[in-house]
Design a protein around this ligand. Sequence first.
Ligand code: SF4
Length: 64
Amino acid sequence: MKVIIDQDKCVASGQCVTAAADVFDQRDEDGIVVLLTDNPPEERAADIHQAAAVCPALAIVVED
Ligand code: SF4
């Protein structure tokens, strides 16, 4: 699976980090999302899809 983020859309709410802290992080200075890996293992799929679903800015796209 492939994960794509749009930092310009991100509103720094942090739900993605709560859902999958091994895939998403936030910049210290402004809280904007940072992708830790854009090609995570399949066993993380459920949490990553959850992160994309709860993102209020629709800033996360998951390609299976
Ligand atoms: S959930 Fe969405 S808006 Fe919130 S930090 Fe993550 S990518 Fe940004």
